[in-house]
Every structure is written in C-alpha cells, then in structure tokens.
Design a protein around this ligand. Structure first.
Ligand code: ADP
Length: 172
C-alpha cells in the first residue's frame, strides 16, 4: 500500500557519536510505524566528535546492513531543509527523561517555524535505555569500562580500538 505523501520515510537525526542501543531501540520502533527510516547523521564542523562523520555513517550502515528499509546518510545545515529535500515530513526524536524535554521542545518548535509541514514525533525507548547516552558510553569506554549490552557489538569493538590508539581522550 502506498503511504500518504511525505510519510514513506521518517527522518531520525542525531549526532550518533556513537550510536547506542537506545538509538537502535528508537529506530526499530520507528520502523514499525513508517515503511522507511532515514537515519540522518549530523555533520557539525563546530563540534568535535570521537568518530568522524564517515565513520558514524559506516558504523550505522553496518549495523542495519540486513535491513534495507533503514537508510543512513550524513547531513549538514538546517534539518528542515534536509527533510524537505528528502520529501519527508516527519522527524523522529527520542525522549529519555524530562531533562531532554526543554531542548527538544525548542528544536521542534523552531523546525515547525521554518517548515510548517514538518512534524516532530517523540518516542520513548525501552526503560532499559532511559539512562543511556553517547557521552556516558564514551566516558565509560575511555576509562576501560565495559559497555557490553549498551551499544551494538561493532561499536563496542570500535570504541576499544579508538581508545587503544588514543592516549588522551580529548574529544569526549
Ligand atoms: P543530538 O546531538 O541531536 O542530541 P544524539 O545522537 O545524542 O544527537 O541523539 C539523537 C536523538 O536520540 C535525540 O532525540 C536524543 O534525545 C535521542 N536519544 C539519545 N540517546 C537515547 C536513548 N538512550 N534512548 C532514546 N533516545 C535517545
């Protein structure tokens, strides 16, 4: 069945530095609602990241390589413009706790202002992941702690390699 215009694909934007099981949970929930999910990896030259944009995109592609309805692309500039260019109308964002709310509300209202056709859909992850963030994962991994079960295996491996090769973790 064809989806109404603009609802064929929802866009899930973020830094994903790196992607965690909380993000994966939201992507899989979104994929139950929309035929396609486009994971949009933010390329922000002003923000230092542990993984480069290319690495973040490649890692997420690897995780979803058997799920062709989950697409991955890098983007920069205004999210509202990117959404329009991809002929989408829905932005998915994850809400973990009240602490996420204020920033997310601001962003959603700003995007609505720029593109009134755009809708932001907030989704809650499984309760297991409400404490989880990319920065916490990086902090634990940098100190040699285990992040098993918190991130996909490929991310676990890549974090280990990253921190084995960097004596100082300046991009936390
Ligand atoms: P950003 O820099 O845009 O906040 P993130 O990669 O940190 O990028 O997060 C992308 C989106 O995923 C945000 O909406 C964020 O609230 C959500 N998110 C992050 N971690 C989790 C998690 N553990 N569970 C559910 N949603 C999450």
């Amino acid at each position: 069945m064809e989806s109404p215009e603009g609802l064929e694909r929802a866009v899930y934007p973020g830094s994903f530095d790196p992607i965690t099981n909380g993000h994966v949970d939201i992507i899989l929930r979104g994929a139950k609602l929309f035929p396609r999910i486009l994971v949009a990896v933010l390329e922000n030259p002003k923000k230092a990241t542990l993984f480069s944009t290319e690495e973040r995109v490649a890692l997420i592609r690897e995780i979803f390589k058997d799920q062709p309805h989950i697409e991955v692309e890098a983007f920069h500039g205004l999210l509202a413009d990117f959404i329009r260019a991809r002929q989408a109308r829905v932005v998915i964002r994850g809400l973990r706790a009240v602490s996420d709310f204020e920033y997310e509300l601001q962003m959603a209202l700003m995007n609505q202002q720029i593109n009134p056709d755009l809708e932001t859909l907030f989704m809650m992850p499984s309760a297991h992941y409400t404490f989880l963030s990319s920065s916490l994962v990086k902090e634990v991994a940098a100190l040699g702690g285990s992040v098993r079960g918190l991130v996909p295996e490929t991310i676990e491996r890549n974090l280990r390699e990253k921190f084995a090769s960097t004596s100082e973790s300046s991009s936390l």
